[in-house]
Design a protein around this ligand. Structure first.
Ligand SMILES: Cc1cc2nc3c(=O)[nH]c(=O)nc-3n(C[C@H](O)[C@H](O)[C@H](O)COP(=O)(O)O)c2cc1C
Length: 389
């Protein structure tokens, strides 16, 4: 696969040479793009020799006559890695600025982007807003590690280990294309079930897992629709998003989507108030009872309606006992159920991390590590997808 490696003006720019070599060792074609500041630390010649490819340095200096390198390289790239990424380049990218070859090339690219920041810890703290913006837009951030930085101070700012950056990049590249031509439907976030016109029943789902699944499925080439409750986590813009509020709306929206794979990551309210009141329930000294009636089981209804698709349910379980989840899987008629143990505060709702046990209807069982929701999403999609013909 074609990788563009962007190198910025950091003291750790020399480490990009090892990254280029590791990516080549993994079988990828690597072409490098150096910022002006990067060339104060390392030379284009070094990368040209290592990669046996021309190096890009300037928007107006074309390596091939008659070509427009920033467009051609962006189109040909399966992945762009920026390592080390400086505060300056990160801030420019977050604001859509294309002032040099690297930032212009990224502006022209549609492929996944991996960003490995390296800088003084205070600079990193100041750049965090831009880092978050880029992550929300779908870039994969390989976080800098804690340790001693060039100024002699200690903190988070050291370029992540080269092998980690290469492994993240390689994982994204390996998975690319495995869902090309497939339609993936993901439900995400909480539902809100009205009690009256101002109050509702809901839950703590942030929608981060649904957003991660959508991003991962897009990277794998799928056509992704997300039917999303009112969630706080932003969804990737390349997905078709159908916003809904209640479980009934979620079911109706899902029924109007044709899908090959359905992943029900939404935390749907099991019950809703039987008689939501128009207006506002007034305070009184009397006790108030609200009658709750069951909501439809969305994935079970979908699985019954179109048995040709693959269905993966999610179950948030307050105990690690898998018997309950196995019963749920059978009752819902799904192919697999992904269980998270919500008694562990380090994972699940609102957390950036998760850990899943996946039970399959055919008896298989798989356990993930505690890791980022994006890594879990890639892992889960790998488990439940089929080989491309
Ligand atoms: C010795 C030295 C080391 C530097 N190291 C870093 C660094 O690790 N990270 C960073 O964000 N900026 C670092 N800078 C500052 C950048 O080189 C500077 O902001 C430059 O404009 C970045 O340009 P670029 O983003 O186009 O590469 C360093 C500067 C010097 C002089």
């Amino acid at each position: 696969m074609n990788v563009v490696l962007g190198v910025c003006g950091s003291i750790s720019a020399y480490r990009a040479a090892d990254l280029a070599r590791e990516l080549i060792r993994l079988g990828h074609t690597v072409r490098c793009c150096l910022t002006d500041a990067a060339q104060r630390f390392v030379t284009p010649l070094m990368f040209e020799i290592l990669t046996e490819q021309p190096c890009l340095t300037d928007v107006f200096t074309e390596p091939e006559t008659g070509q427009i390198a920033h467009i051609d390289w962006a189109k040909a790239a399966d992945l762009i890695i920026i390592a080390p990424a400086t505060a300056n380049t990160i801030n420019q990218l977050a604001h859509g600025i294309g002032e040099d070859m690297l930032t212009t090339l990224v502006l022209a690219a549609a492929c996944p982007i991996v960003i490995a920041p390296a800088m003084h810890p205070e600079m990193y703290r100041n750049a965090l807003g831009s880092v978050r913006t880029l992550a929300e837009r779908g870039a994969t951030i390989v976080e800098p590690t804690e340790g001693d930085v060039a100024s002699g101070e200690t903190g988070q700012g050291k370029l992540a280990p080269i092998l980690d950056i290469a492994a993240v990049a390689d994982a994204i590249l390996q998975r690319r294309c495995s869902l090309v031509g497939k339609r993936v439907l993901i439900t995400s976030g909480p539902t809100q079930e009205p009690i009256d016109d101002v109050r509702y029943l809901t839950n703590r789902s942030s929608g981060k897992m649904g957003a991660a699944l959508a991003q991962a499925a897009l990277w794998m080439g799928a056509d992704v629709t997300v039917v999303a409750g009112p969630q706080s986590a932003p969804l990737p813009r390349a997905a078709t998003v159908v916003p809904v509020r209640t479980a009934q709306e979620m079911l109706a929206a899902c029924q109007s989507v044709s899908a090959d794979l359905v992943i029900a990551a939404a935390a749907v309210a099991d019950y809703r108030p039987a008689h939501p009141m128009a207006g506002k329930i007034r305070r009184s000294s009397d006790a108030l009872s609200i009658e709750l009636i069951p909501n439809p089981d969305i994935i079970a209804t979908l699985a019954k309606g179109n048995p040709t698709a693959t269905y993966v349910a999610f179950a948030a379980e307050p105990s690690p006992d898998l018997a309950v989840a196995r019963d749920k899987m059978t009752r819902k008629g799904v192919h697999a159920i992904a269980v998270n143990d919500i008694s562990n505060p380090a994972i699940g709702f609102e957390s950036d991390q998760n850990q899943l046990t996946v039970l399959f209807a055919d008896g298989r069982e798989a356990h993930s590590e505690v890791t980022s929701k994006l890594s879990i999403a890639l892992w889960l999609l790998d488990l439940v997808t089929w080989p491309t013909p």
